[in-house]
Ligand binder design. Structure first.
Ligand code: NAP
Length: 250
């Protein structure tokens, strides 16, 4: 993969898909910074990442950052630029759900989901675009969802945020292509993480019937695709949204 010594930021990496992505980079020998808000989970994730280092000189940094707040993101990234020198790869993974039918959805729940899932992508990209241009290369990978492609009842806020990520990704890819920066999105289907753990069993069974590969996805499945898109092997791929869902959406 040639990801050794690459400098990577993964947002929302204290658990679930983000943690698996961070672990995958660490196992490749990359220097990795993770952002999340819960200090205990961050501490635990940092310990787990330290455990899979392949080189004692590898740098792993955990930062308490609310990605929806521009000032926090800017401060954290400027500190990292001092520590790492530059950033090669940005993975915008942080996300939440606050599901409800629109009739019952509060304005607060709509705004929060848009702020954490979509505005966060503006925040990190806004701060990192200039340093990446200066570095003459970069990879940005945004975690969307199949819900952003097909919609889902009870998830108008989440679907809007994830569809927004796809439009943002296509636009930024067009802006940054001439600067050798690739910007892509990933649209996962149902992945087994704390986010999906609470879904009722009957809904999970129903979903499984619609998955041709007959299993739910694992965080590692998404991490594998992130590694590929971050590597030289994907140097001619930009502006794309790659679905990874066991064949659910075709
Ligand atoms: P998860 O287990 O709930 O993890 C979400 C991560 O985001 C946590 O590390 C959380 O840490 C962090 N986070 C939440 N709010 C944050 C904030 N304001 N600032 C910084 N970090 C924040 O979710 P997941 O299932 O791994 O999902 C990861 C991404 O994949 C999300 O964008 C999700 O929408 C997307 N996705 C998931 C699935 C699925 O089936 N699981 C499917 C499609 C797309 P703290 O709580 O400590 O902040």
């Amino acid at each position: 993969m040639q990801l050794k010594n690459k400098k990577v930021i993964v947002t929302g990496a204290s658990q679930g898909i983000g943690k698996a992505i961070a672990q995958a980079f660490v196992k490749q020998g990359s220097d990795v910074a993770i952002f999340a808000t819960n200090p205990d989970r961050l501490k635990q994730a940092l310990k787990e990442l330290e455990d899979v280092k392949i080189d004692q000189n590898q740098k792993i940094i955990a930062k308490k950052v609310d990605v929806s707040i521009f000032d926090q993101v800017e401060t954290a990234i400027l500190e990292l630029l001092k520590e790492f020198g530059h950033i090669d790869i940005l993975v915008n993974n942080a996300g939440i759900t606050k599901d409800n039918l629109l009739l019952k959805m509060s304005e607060e729940d709509f705004d929060r989901v848009i702020a954490i899932n979509l505005k966060s992508v503006y925040n990190t990209c806004k701060v990192l675009t200039r340093p990446m241009i200066k570095n003459k290369k970069g990879k940005i990978i945004n975690i969307s969802s199949i819900v952003g492609l097909i919609g889902n009842p009870g998830q108008a806020n989440y679907a809007a945020s994830k569809a927004g990520i796809i439009g943002f990704t296509k636009s930024l890819a067009k802006e940054l292509g001439s600067r050798n920066i690739c910007v892509n999105a990933i649209a996962p289907g149902f992945i087994q993480t704390p986010m999906t753990k609470e879904l009722p069993e009957n809904i999970k069974e129903q979903m499984l019937k619609n998955i041709p590969l007959k299993r739910f996805g694992l965080p590692q499945d998404i991490a594998n695709l992130v590694l590929f898109l971050s590597s030289y092997m994907a140097d001619y791929i930009t502006g794309q949204t790659i679905t990874i869902d066991g064949g659910m959406v075709t």
